[in-house]
Design a protein. Structure first.
Lengths: 225, 225
DNA sequence: GCCGCGATGTATCGGCCCGATACATCGCAA
DNA sequence: TTGCGATGTATCGGGCCGATACATCGCGGC
């Protein structure tokens, strides 16, 4: 899950682990608070070893000329880095491919809480059919939870602790709201609209006016989950 | 976190791991879907080794539960539990003490998503001062997230992907609703009201909900899961 | 000058937790 | 008899978290 998030973020532009984490935190609105560094750095390492991303020393210290660091010095373990510590990660060609694969997935794991959030955040680069499948899977998932909560409350009535009951009531309401949200999104998808685009502030300077979301890439091959 | 949940549930009555998990699932309304067995059983083992709980072969559970409609015949013939059968866990005296300690905690970890849910579910056995501290800590936590989301949306405006924006908007709304919920609860706590006396749950159907005969339930006592 | 101090930045460790998987038993129906 | 779904216990690999440890940078105070 973090893998998809990192690949997607680096797809826009290379950046540090530190910045990556901040972007992650605000990007994942609901569904997840933040990833910890204890997760982030090991994952970066894994992705590097898999060849999806590559790192380079930050050349920001010397703007244009400067001396290029002699060689991609192998990471000195033990006590931190040599001297200049910042590392910029960037996506490789294989990484782009991998990102595409992950984007096309629409299996059961894609509609779990946090995973769904990450996938949704990248819907702008996901093809329409996959978007719909994920949205509907998620809806079913939340509906199931909602029914479970409803039953529990019906059956519980005055048998269980009032606080527990209140917790379930709150959970039921949240589930209900999410289902309605999803239904709206699904309806929009079916009519070909991008998302609801709440407040429009026409500040869209020159450049392309096309919507990033409605590109409709013709699918050639697709792995159905 | 699971530790608190298990101790609290076993405080009511002894039960199997299997039943424990089902109770857990419905108890934790929002904030958490379910615990997996891959978590539950190792935790039970840990608690047993720590001395907080003890196991015993399944014979007669104490009837303090909601009672079972006599359809359950004792399937214990000759006690085959010696080798490996059903195991009923029950709280020890030390376990009760431990439960009390955990209930009294009100630190930073108690207002994280899932942990907060577990603590809240046991508010009926938590003293008032601790309840208030946890509620207020949680509120601050969610407020911070809300502000972060608000800033991101203000600043982002037309810069970011429409789907990502929609995700953040949804997250903002959810955070806002939770803050209001918490504020209501805090107000109730301050006036000494026990729990929020909610006799009606949110109706998800259209149309308003006049509640006929509050408290009366059409029997629903056929399933004991 | 230089000193602390908070933000930036990278990284590891112990431990919680999850999904997948493997068993075994029981009641029931084809 | 066989199959099947619910009940029931348990482990394993790996993802993820909180705590912790460093190191550098910019900046204001003294």
């Amino acid at each position: 899950m973090l893998e998809l998030a990192i690949l997607g973020l680096l797809h826009e532009s290379p950046m540090h682990g530190y910045e990556l984490r901040k972007r992650l935190t605000t990007m994942l609105g609901a569904f997840r608070a933040a990833f910890s560094y204890g997760t982030l750095y090991p994952t970066l390492r894994r992705l590097r070893e898999a060849g999806w991303i590559e790192d380079a020393p930050d050349s920001a210290a010397s703007p244009t000329t400067g001396e290029v660091p002699a060689a991609r010095a192998p990471r000195v373990k033990g006590t931190g880095l040599g001297k200049r510590g910042k590392v910029v990660y960037r996506l490789t060609a294989e990484g782009k491919e991998r990102f595409g694969e992950l984007l096309a997935q629409a299996g059961p794991e894609t509609w779990e809480d946090a995973t769904f959030g990450v996938h949704f955040a990248f819907f702008g680069r996901t093809d329409a059919a996959t978007r719909l499948r994920i949205l509907e899977g998620r809806r079913r998932r939340v509906e199931e939870r909602r029914e479970g909560l409803r039953d529990a409350l019906d059956r519980a009535a005055e048998r269980i602790d009032a606080y527990t009951q209140e917790l379930q009531r709150h959970g039921l309401e949240a589930a209900d709201r999410e289902v309605r949200w999803l239904e709206e999104l699904i309806a929009h998808e079916r009519t070909g609209q991008p998302p609801t685009v709440t407040t429009q502030r026409p500040e869209t300077r020159a450049g392309d006016s096309a919507h990033p979301a409605t590109g409709a890439d013709r699918d050639g091959d697709r792995r159905t989950d």
